[in-house]
Write a protein that binds this ligand. Structure first.
Ligand code: GAR
Length: 261
């Protein structure tokens, strides 16, 4: 892949400053990649405007509308034709000990939303999917559509904390509220858990006595804008190797090795 341009499909939910950083890095030829499509679960995401301004095609998979319709009339939630509930249930890690029926309803509704994304952004139309402030969990239905080869995952996420600390929806808020003296951001491959996948890169910053949540977020975002393009370039240059290793704690964990140039 090192010679050809890596085609990126980006998913966003909001402002899209990370998307902008990636678009700019592509334009500056700092990364051998091109953002070829941008999708959002939120029709009002400002990031869609950024994409249009850069001439990148956009689409919306309106999760809010799909999920609300399902709540009103659960029978209307017909799973996509290739949705195998048992297979997805066996793979997912979002409901480890949870209620089976609740898990099936959740996964079916999400798969329905994800089917819209897959229709607009078919797995062979992009080399890499980046979640850039995409505030939805993706299920095995979506992940397996892109990760045909388990050794070559193709979905990345950026998270506003030093994982494995503070997964979830408010990484900087949780870091600050805990009284941490450093904060940071993490780019990782997406696996079946929430913010649990193999870590590709991290950057950290000091949290000083006069910082507040706003300044913490500003420091963090400024690092995200460097970190995401750097990690994407490692992917584009085929320098990321994922392997499963037995760890000292007895668990087998997938980790990323960065190959030399
Ligand atoms: C970023 O801080 C990103 O790390 C975070 O949302 C923000 C999006 O900003 N992502 C998550 O919390 C994912 N769980 P942006 O829209 O300006 O790129």
């Amino acid at each position: 892949m090192s010679k050809k341009t890596c085609r990126i499909g980006a998913l966003i939910s909001g402002g899209g400053s990370n998307l902008q950083a990636v678009i700019d890095a592509c334009a500056a030829k700092a990364i051998d990649a091109k953002v070829v499509v941008v999708g959002s679960d939120n029709p009002d995401a400002f990031g869609l405007e950024r994409a249009k301004k850069a001439g990148v095609p956009t689409f919306v998979a309106d999760y809010g509308a799909i999920l609300a319709a399902g709540k009103k009339d659960p029978a209307s939630l017909k799973p996509p034709p290739n949705f195998d509930a048992e297979k997805i249930l066996a793979r997912q890690k979002l409901f480890p000990n949870g209620n089976r029926q609740k898990a099936i309803s959740y996964l079916t509704a999400r798969a329905l939303c994800e089917a819209t994304i897959l229709e607009k952004m078919p797995p062979d139309s992009v080399d890499l999917v980046i979640l850039a402030g995409f505030m939805r969990v993706v299920t095995p239905y979506f992940i397996d559509a892109f990760n045909m080869d388990p050794a070559k995952p193709r979905i990345m996420n950026i998270h506003p904390a030093l994982l494995p600390s503070f997964p979830g929806v408010d990484g900087y808020g949780d870091t600050f509220a805990y009284g941490c003296k450093v904060g940071g951001a993490t780019v990782h491959f997406v696996d079946y858990g929430e913010d649990t996948g193999p870590i590709i890169g991290q950057k950290c910053f000091a949290i000083l006595p006069d910082d507040d949540l706003d300044s913490v977020k500003k420091k963090g975002l400024a690092l995200e804008w460097q970190l995401y393009p750097e990690c994407i370039q490692l992917f584009a240059a085929n320098r990321l190797q994922v392997s499963a290793k037995k760890q000292a704690d007895g668990q087998t964990r997938k980790t990323v090795t960065i190959l030399p140039k």
